[in-house]
Design a protein around this ligand. Structure first.
Ligand code: SF4
Ligand code: SF4
Length: 300
C-alpha cells in the first residue's frame, strides 16, 4: 500500500491545479514530486514530544480520538508524513534576492508559492484520507482538524508539529535554522495524515535530532545565519519570536503589492479562530544554503 499511496500522491502533484502558480507566473508547478515517511502510532517519541514541544502537543492517538474515531491499540495507527519540495524555478529566483539594509523582501514568486501551499497541502490531505476510505480504512489530518491550534502562553508552539512528525517518520533531522533537513533538503513544506491502514514503517536511521545539519554535526557552515535579514539565527539556534515578527512585516508589505491574488489562511490561536491572514513566508535562510535541496552531510 505504501507504493500505491506514493503513486497516488505523485499523480496528484502532477495534475492538481492547486499545485500551480497563477498565469502571471506562467502557471508553473509550485512543488515537484513528494516523498513520504511512515511512523507507528505507539512510537514512544510521540509521548516525548509533550515534554520537548509542549504539553498540548497531540499524540497520534489523541488526534485520532479528537476526530470521533473509536479507541484502538495505538500500535495499529500509522502516521504518514508528506514532503512537498519547492520547484527549481522558485529556488533559482529566490537565491538571487540579496540581503541589504532595511526590509529585504523575498522573491514575489516564492511569496505566492508559499501562500498557495496551504490550500494545496489541505487538498492533498483530503485526497489521502479519501484513498484510505476507498480502501476500507479510516484516516484524519491535524491540518483539517479543530484540534489543531497554535498555543501562545509561556511557550509558542502548535498542537501538531509537522516537522516533529516528519522526524518521527524518519524523513530528516532538525537544524540551526530550525527547519527539517531531509534527503531532498530543507526548502520544503510538510503535511501528515494518521490512519489505521497497515502501512510499512520507515525506521529512523538515527535518533540524533540534528545529524543532517553541518553546524551541529561538524561545527561548520552557519550560512543560514548569514542569510537571515532579521538576525533571528545565531550559534544558539533560531529565535522564533524575531523570525515571526519579520515574517509579519514582510506579509504586510507584500499584501500591499499583490494582496488581490493571495489566498486567505485561517488559524486558531489557543483554539480561538482568528481573522483570516495572508502568510507569504520569508525563508532566506533556506535558499542558496548547502541544505537547500539535499542532505549536506551525506557526502562527508
Ligand atoms: S545552512 Fe548550514 S548551518 Fe544552516 S541549517 Fe543548513 S546545514 Fe545547518
Ligand atoms: S524565515 Fe526569514 S526571518 Fe526567519 S530565520 Fe529564516 S531568514 Fe530569518
Amino acid at each position: 500500500m505504501n507504493e500505491e499511496l506514493t503513486q497516488l500522491l505523485k499523480n496528484f502533484f502532477d495534475t492538481s491545479l492547486l499545485n500551480r502558480l497563477p498565469d502571471k507566473y506562467e502557471g508553473d508547478r509550485i512543488f515537484s514530486s513528494p516523498i513520504i515517511g511512515v511512523a507507528r502510532g505507539n512510537d514512544p517519541i510521540f509521548q516525548k514530544y509533550k515534554e520537548i514541544i509542549g504539553s498540548e502537543h497531540l499524540t497520534p492517538f489523541e488526534l485520532w480520538l479528537s476526530e470521533g474515531y473509536k479507541r484502538l491499540p495505538s500500535s495499529n495507527l500509522r502516521i504518514i508524513s508528506i514532503v512537498f519540495p519547492f520547484n527549481e524555478k522558485i529556488r533559482k529566483e529566490s537565491m538571487n534576492v540579496k540581503k541589504c539594509l532595511g526590509l529585504t523582501l523575498p522573491a514575489e514568486i516564492y511569496c505566492i508559492a508559499r501562500n498557495y501551499a496551504n490550500p494545496f497541502k489541505k487538498k492533498t490531505c483530503e485526497q489521502v484520507i479519501e484513498f484510505f476510505k476507498v480502501n476500507g480504512y479510516r484516516a484524519a489530518a491535524a491540518m483539517l482538524s479543530d484540534s489543531f491550534s497554535i498555543i501562545l502562553n509561556k511557550k509558542f508552539y502548535s498542537t501538531w508539529s509537522e516537522r516533529h512528525i516528519a522526524f518521527a517518520s524518519g524523513l530528516g533531522t532538525f537544524s540551526l535554522h530550525e527547519g527539517l533537513i531531509t534527503e531532498i533538503g530543507c526548502n520544503i513544506r510538510l503535511a501528515s495524515v494518521v490512519t489505521d491502514a497497515p502501512l510499512e514503517i520507515n525506521t529512523r536511521k538515527s535518533d540524533n535530532p540534528y545529524g543532517n545539519c553541518l553546524y551541529y554535526s561538524k561545527g561548520t557552515c552557519r550560512e543560514c545565519e548569514a542569510r537571515c535579514p532579521a538576525n533571528a539565527i545565531d550559534e544558539n539556534g533560531h529565535n522564533k519570536i524575531k523570525c515571526n515578527e519579520y515574517n509579519h512585516k514582510i506579509a504586510r508589505k507584500i499584501f500591499t503589492r499583490i494582496g488581490p491574488i493571495l489566498k486567505p489562511h485561517n488559524r486558531r490561536i489557543n483554539w480561538k479562530l482568528r481573522p483570516a491572514s495572508y502568510p507569504v513566508g520569508c525563508a532566506f535562510c533556506q535558499f542558496g544554503v548547502p541544505c537547500m535541496d539535499r542532505n549536506p552531510t551525506t557526502e562527508i
